[in-house]
Design a protein around this ligand. Structure first.
Ligand SMILES: [Mg+2]
Length: 120
C-alpha cells in the first residue's frame, strides 16, 4: 500500500494535477479538500501520512490550516504549495512546521522529491 496523501487546493485543476503525479508514482490519494477548514476536517477523518497544502484559499487559508493541524498532531507532515511572490508566507509556514514547499506551476520531479524527502 502506498503512503496516504491528502491534497488541499481551492482549484480543482491543481488538485487534479497533483493527484495525477502522485497516483502514477505509487501514492494513495485518500482525500481532497478545497479550503483550509475542510482540510482540518479531512485530516482528522483520514489521518494521512502527508498533506499538500495550498496557501491562498477561501474560508481558511493554508497557513492557518497548517497551524490548526499541527496543534492537533505535531507530527503531521505538510508540504506547502505556493505561487510566485509568496516567499514571506512560505517562511511563515516553514516556521510553523511545514516540511517543505513546492512552487506552481508544478514540476513532477520536484513534487515527488519533496514528498519522498518529507516522508523519509
Ligand atoms: Mg489557491
Amino acid at each position: 500500500m502506498g503512503k496516504k496523501i491528502l491534497i488541499v487546493d481551492d482549484a480543482a485543476f491543481m488538485r487534479m494535477m497533483i493527484k495525477d503525479i502522485l497516483s502514477k508514482n505509487g501514492y494513495d490519494v485518500v482525500g481532497e479538500a478545497q479550503d483550509g477548514a475542510q482540510a482540518v476536517e479531512k485530516y482528522k477523518e483520514l489521518s494521512p501520512d502527508l498533506v499538500t497544502m495550498d496557501i491562498t484559499m477561501p474560508e481558511m487559508d493554508g497557513i492557518t490550516a497548517l497551524k490548526e493541524i499541527k496543534k492537533m498532531s505535531g507530527e503531521a507532515k505538510i508540504i506547502m504549495c505556493s505561487a510566485m511572490g509568496q516567499q514571506a508566507m512560505v517562511i511563515d509556514a516553514i516556521q510553523a512546521g511545514a516540511k517543505d514547499f513546492i512552487v506552481k506551476p508544478f514540476q513532477a520531479d520536484r513534487v515527488l522529491e519533496a514528498i519522498s524527502k518529507a516522508l523519509d
